[in-house]
Design a protein around this ligand. Structure first.
Ligand code: ZN
Length: 290
């Protein structure tokens, strides 16, 4: 997650696919070779697909799916084309262009824009969104599922946020404490273990669990039913839930934790020379004062 110089266009042909089926936009993350790891190019393509669906009067609901075995393995930490960071023309928040800024500034501005900013934008889309999650849904993958209104999981899906092992207190979009009960969320983040689809259903993080072959069909079926409902009332209902979440502190919590997240990145840079650092037992002993 360093801030290298811009590179040539991404090697991906089409990192996000878009089609409309019976009033539902089916948006598919399409980097299956990399477990749909998210680079900025993919995220801006995803943003464009979401806005296209919002503007299309034929579309009443949006399904977000991932091609291949995994929904999303998280933020891209090193595949080809993974590091073409924010370009001025693409920016969706007021944060300035982050490249070539020293200290903590560049990464702070970049993550405000590409991770926190884009996710908040998608959470506020005026049309209902349904995530169809299979296989891995790890760290940055959670953010994409969590911004959706409804989550359908395949039986083989699993969820995890293992970034504490890299010295960071959770992914940038800190919704953990809102997505599951606080004590479960603490366990989820502190231990960093995988949560199965069945367990995610049990704690209320996903709406339905279906067989892998039925996943996208089930999400589309929900979308088609939503698309039959009054558009403005749906938009207002969605807004109402987001409003209540924010009254309960979701937005402010995320704002505060984002600052802690960047304290952690900066600490890691000073101590380990990298914003995220997988620490050896010796490192851990040393930084714990042992
Ligand atoms: Zn970060």
């Amino acid at each position: 997650m360093d801030m290298p110089e811009p590179v040539a266009a991404s090697t991906d042909e089409a990192p996000v696919l878009y089609e409309v089926r019976d009033g539902v936009a089916l948006i598919t993350l399409n980097r299956p070779r990399y477990g749909n790891a998210q680079n900025p190019h993919m995220l801006y393509e995803l943003d464009a697909a979401f806005i296209r669906a919002v503007e299309d009067d034929e579309v009443g609901a949006i399904v977000l799916a991932g091609s291949g075995k995994h929904f999303s393995s998280g933020h891209d930490l090193g595949t080809p084309g993974g590091h073409d960071w924010v370009r001025e023309v693409d920016k969706k928040t007021p944060w300035y262009e982050p490249r070539r800024r020293a200290g903590a500034e560049g990464q702070y501005a970049a993550e405000q824009e590409v991770y926190l900013g884009l996710c908040r934008r998608w959470r506020d889309l005026p049309k209902p969104t349904i995530a169809a999650v299979q296989g891995a849904c790890i760290a940055g993958g959670l953010m994409l599922a969590w911004v959706c209104d409804i989550i359908v999981a395949s039986e083989d899906a699993y969820f995890s946020d293992p970034v504490l092992a890299m010295g960071v207190p959770g992914v940038e979009y800190f919704a953990h404490a809102f997505e599951m009960p606080s004590r479960i969320a603490r366990e989820f983040l502190m231990l960093g273990e995988k949560m199965t689809a069945a367990r995610a259903y049990e704690v209320g993080m996903v709406n339905r669990v279906v067989g892998p072959e039925a996943l996208v069909e089930e999400a589309l079926r929900i979308g088609q039913r939503l698309a039959q409902r009054p558009r403005f009332a749906l938009a207002l209902t969605k807004q109402a839930f987001n409003f209540v979440d924010d009254l309960q502190g979701k937005r402010n919590a995320m704002e505060g934790v984002f600052a802690m997240h960047h304290l952690a990145h900066t600490h890691n840079r000073i101590v380990h020379g990298s914003p995220v650092a997988v620490q050896s037992p010796q490192d851990i002993k040393k930084t714990n004062g042992g």
